[in-house]
Design a protein around this ligand. Structure first.
Ligand code: BGC
Length: 460
């Protein structure tokens, strides 16, 4: 008998959990458009403004690092509840405060929630979604991040224009946070986590509600049990001594480095400044357009990731990103030589930037998160995702912290050429070391990894 309700329940759970991604995006994009108002209220110096912008990223690193342990101990669902609660509490508290220290503290705590969500949401999605649609559900998480970034660009622009109030900008974030908080109270617990904790009966109930047929339920329970059996002896940090695990951890961390060193957040945070340096008169509009292209393209990615496979899309994305970065870099170089960019060059620059965003959003944006949620064996999934997510945040911080000074001291061309070089190096990583995981069950990936197959071949 086919359980017709299953799909609906999984979809609903995934939508609610993916709100964590929306809040990630809202908080990530918040600085853009709000900082000038906050600086006015508190009389920030430039350096205080910069510290305020980056304190969330530091919270995110800590949040990502600690959420592996938290979600293993108390479960994915309860961790999501705590993250959602933090989003509500610290957005409202931050919006109310008149004290700089509390403002910094609340922003840091929002960072904890963002880091935590960036870890637990893809993990939960990979565990609640059936194999055949897993990729699409995890990339839905990426979609919600991009929707968040776009919405906050629009909301900050509108609130900035009509109310000039950063407090309202922050309060706007509390609304989806509250929806997430109420929603996560109702989602099913992760079946994998339940079995890991010896609660097979509870896991069976969840699977019976979320899988279409009884065969799927039995098969999944068997596969999860098998992989737990195989690995009960060791877990956590000891695993790092196992060459198969070390290999896959290094791969995940390098993939996250690649995602960040391809330069995306330089554009997400500073598109305004970049367009200004390139001589655009209305750089503000570019910010909203960048957010829009990022979001719309991710919708395409969600649709096709399980059809085309991860690796072909990455090759396509890296090629377009490298070319467009080089084109934009050359245009910057011409301008640095003293020339003023004419209409054609400016259009070309805009086109290159938008094509770059398109290429990222269809490839590295969602796919790196998808692969990192798939490649780790069950007993090391928490640790694996903790380390890879923290790597993402660390390199995000580095890029955001240094992009503007590289532009100031060495020119925009240098920055873009560095990112292009990273994309080119990315071909080696994807081509020689990354497995194709499309349509492969997590358990098969795990078995192949442990049997000593080459990383590139564990999906076959
Ligand atoms: C990255 C973020 C980035 C976002 C842009 C995500 O996959 O991890 O750092 O801001 O994509 O859409």
């Amino acid at each position: 008998m086919v359980n017709v309700e299953a799909k609906k329940i999984v979809k609903r759970a995934c939508c609610i959990a993916a709100l964590g991604g929306l809040l990630f995006g809202l908080d990530q994009g918040f600085i853009n458009g709000s900082l000038e108002f906050i600086s006015k209220t508190f009389g920030f110096t430039t350096s205080q403004g910069e510290s305020f912008a980056s304190i969330m990223l530091i919270g995110s690193i800590i949040g990502a690092l600690s959420s592996g342990w938290i979600s293993r101990t108390i479960g994915r669902k309860r961790t999501l509840i705590i993250a959602a609660f933090f989003f509500v509490l610290f957005s409202i508290w931050g919006a109310m405060t008149d004290t700089i220290n509390i403002l910094f503290f609340t922003r840091f705590c929002l960072g904890l929630a963002v880091g935590c969500a960036s870890f637990v949401v893809p993990l939960y999605l990979s565990e609640i979604a059936p194999t055949r649609i897993r990729g699409a559900f995890i990339s839905m998480y990426q979609l919600t991040i991009t929707i968040g970034i776009f919405l906050i660009y629009v909301s900050n622009t509108v609130i900035g224009k009509y109310f000039q109030s950063w407090r309202l900008m922050l309060l706007a974030i509390a609304i989806p946070a509250l929806v997430m908080f109420i929603g996560v109270l109702t989602i099913p617990r992760s079946p994998r986590w339940l079995i890991l904790k010896g609660k097979e009966q509870d896991a069976r109930e969840v699977l019976e509600n979320t899988r279409e047929t009884q065969e799927e339920v039995e098969l999944e329970i068997k596969e999860i049990n098998q992989s737990i059996e195989n690995s009960k002896k060791q877990g956590g940090w000891e695993l790092l001594r196992k060459p198969f695990f070390l290999k896959v951890i290094i791969l995940g961390m390098l993939l996250q480095c690649l995602q960040q060193l391809s330069g995306i957040n330089s554009v997400i945070y500073y598109s305004g400044q970049i367009f200004k340096v390139a001589g655009f008169e209305n750089p503000g509009i570019a910010t909203v357009v960048v957010g829009l292209v990022n979001m719309l393209t991710t919708i395409l990615a969600v649709k096709y990731i399980d059809k085309w496979g991860r690796k072909p899309i990455c090759y396509f994305g890296l090629t377009v990103m490298a070319i467009t970065l080089i084109v934009a870099g050359i245009l910057f170089k011409i301008q640095e030589g003293g020339a003023i960019l004419g209409g054609f060059e400016k259009s070309l620059f805009l086109f290159a930037c938008l094509a770059y965003i398109f290429a990222f959003a269809i490839s590295l944006g969602p796919i790196i998160w998808v692969i990192c949620a798939e490649i780790f064996p069950l007993e090391g999934r928490d640790l694996g995702m903790t380390l890879t997510t923290a790597t993402n945040w660390i390199f995000n911080t580095i890029v955001v912290r240094f992009s503007l000074s590289v532009i100031e001291n060495y020119g925009g061309s240098t920055l873009f050429f560095i990112f292009a070089a990273c994309c080119i190096l990315g071909f080696i990583l994807i081509g020689n070391y990354t497995p194709e995981t499309k349509g492969v069950s997590l358990e098969l990936l795990e078995m192949n990894l442990k049997s000593g197959k080459k990383l590139k071949e564990i999906g076959q």
